[in-house]
Design a protein around this ligand. Structure first.
Ligand code: C2E
Ligand code: MG
Ligand code: MG
Ligand code: MG
Length: 281
């Protein structure tokens, strides 16, 4: 290997890369058997009306507890599940489980489920949503599917067609992590999204008064309002951040300041505790 080919150290054995590849391989094998071994469960994080403080529903967040490795971070295993397409069967399990759980709640409460691009693009996805609704008896309007702007990246994927079919089923769509990706604003006019979820990085920097973030947050809320969509501020961690997003007119809030993601039985307790509402200043 010539030294001046510009490729540098990448041609040499890098123990760190090896560990990463090895860890990936081990995790992938573990992930493949996680559904059948009952290692997944779902945590539910409350979504709250920003003005009244009333609970409107929950977001389903997947958790993986491996008998040997313990709790594996979603950021780690969901990415891997997407790359290996294991997200399709795993996501189908989340959808079925979350719909079944939400069907036990009073009708006023919604459930939001995250959908990866790979899942949306997989054949039979729309049918699997219809099946999850049918099987659980959950009314379609109580299910919200969260997609990110990345679903629009793959031109040949027919994302639009699938999303239109989902809207036709009566489910709600929301655009997740808004502000972190490509901000494909044009799609907001083509597909009827029910809500935009404003990413926590935005919430954070707007609360510190960063001018650009403030301007963008204001514009997004105005845009959403004029299109008849809600705005959910994600990852609200403090009274200060709550005040900020309230000032901007965000319709809903979610974050550890109000409640962390919790097991299904705790979510049920919260619903049954009618006294629960967030103090809104
Ligand atoms: P997301 O959809 O944006 O979900 C919100 C994330 O913010 C969750 O991270 C949640 O625990 C976290 N969060 C909530 N409140 C706060 C807060 O006040 N501060 C901070 N710092 N974080 C907060 P989590 O559970 O680790 O999930 C990470 C991501 O993994 C999710 O981001 C979502 O994109 C993905 N994910 C989770 N469950 C599923 C799933 O069932 N299917 C798919 N496809 N993706 C999932
Ligand atoms: Mg989400
Ligand atoms: Mg998401
Ligand atoms: Mg998000």
């Amino acid at each position: 290997q010539s030294k001046d080919d510009g490729g540098g150290s990448a041609h040499y054995y890098d123990p760190k890369l090896h560990v990463q590849a090895e860890e990936r391989r081990v995790l992938e094998i573990a992930l493949r058997s996680a559904i059948d071994s009952d290692q997944f469960h779902i945590h539910y994080q409350p979504v709250v009306d920003a003005r009244t403080g009333r609970l409107v529903g929950f977001e389903a967040l997947l958790r993986w507890t491996h008998p040997g490795y313990g709790d594996v971070e979603p950021a780690k295993f969901i990415r891997l599940a997407e790359e290996t397409r294991l997200i399709t069967p795993i996501g189908a399990w989340v959808l079925r489980t979350a719909c079944r759980e939400a069907a036990t709640w009073p009708e006023a409460y919604r459930i939001a489920v995250n959908i990866s691009a790979e899942q949306l693009h997989s054949p039979g996805f729309v049918q699997s949503v219809a099946d999850a609704l049918e099987e659980s008896g959950l009314a379609a309007h109580r299910l919200e599917l969260e997609v990110t702007e990345s679903v629009f990246l793959d031109e040949g994927s027919n994302a639009i067609t699938s999303l239109e079919k989902l809207v036709a089923l009566g489910v709600r769509l929301s655009m997740d992590d808004f502000g972190t990706g490509y901000s494909a604003l044009g799609y907001l006019s083509r597909i009827r999204f029910a809500a935009i979820k404003i990413d926590r990085s935005f919430v954070r920097s707007a609360a510190t008064g960063k001018l650009e973030s403030v301007a963008i947050l204001r514009a997004v809320v105005t845009l959403a309002e004029s299109l008849g969509m809600g705005t959910i501020a994600e990852g609200v961690e403090s009274a200060e951040e709550h005040r900020t997003v309230q000032d901007f007119g965000c319709s809903h809030v979610q974050g550890n300041y109000f409640a962390r993601p919790m097991p299904a039985d705790e979510a049920r307790n919260l619903i049954n505790n009618t006294a629960f509402s967030i103090a809104v200043a």
